[in-house]
Design a binder for this molecule. Sequence first.
Ligand code: HEM
Length: 222
Amino acid sequence: MQSKMKLTSIDLIKIIESPKNREILQAFHSRSFLKGEVLASPGGKENHVFILRSGRARIYLSSPSREFMLSILSPGDIYSTHTRATCRALEDGSMYVCPVRDFKKIAAEHSEFTMTMVTVLGELLSGSFAIIDGFAFRDTELRLTLFFYEEALLSGVDMDDGRHLELTLTVEQIAQIVGASRQMVSTLLNNMYKSGLIERRGRGKFFIPDMDRLQAAAQLPL
Ligand code: HEM
């Protein structure tokens, strides 16, 4: 994953704690948390905005079988309790908490809060894109690998310490079979050539150096 560079280096904690911003500090209350504590979870009744003062927290989507990591909050980052994601402390720390209705006014008057929100939301979006990408590609990649494995098994010929396969299908037709776009199948095929899973030996001609490896890549038990 790309290294995460903060768009802004605004220190919201300094702003909140500055003597000239007493009205901001009054809207927030401070609380501490322990490593592993859930700071926000889907379906939570509270509607709060919070700003980490110390410690870091992980934001992830949780399904019964898996977790999908979205982002990590660091001190100065802002988040809320009204999302479908869970936020869990990675270490002991503390935060400033404020009801959303009071926060609206503060955000309207101090652009630093909105700018930090944009940064945090941007990171969440980037995490969400990565998850969508993973789903879309991984799924198609498996179907494509399985397609080649089955074709090689059914109509391939053992030769030169590997298996030769001739296909009369175009990339467009293969894409239709595996239910993906032609561009995606092209990209995935190129990845397979690069990794040596399949070699291209001319139009519609393929060589599979190691059927066991292809079988494993298709996630079929050997
Ligand atoms: C003035 C403060 C805020 C107000 C008035 C506000 C309001 C809202 C509203 C009305 C929704 C739609 C809820 C729904 O679909 O049921 C929402 C969703 C959301 N908000 Fe906020 N919000 C505020 C602050 C924040 C902050 C500080 C963050 C994080 C940086 C945030 C992150 C999100 C996210 C990620 C969602 C999508 C939730 C989901 O669908 O799972 N919000 N917000």
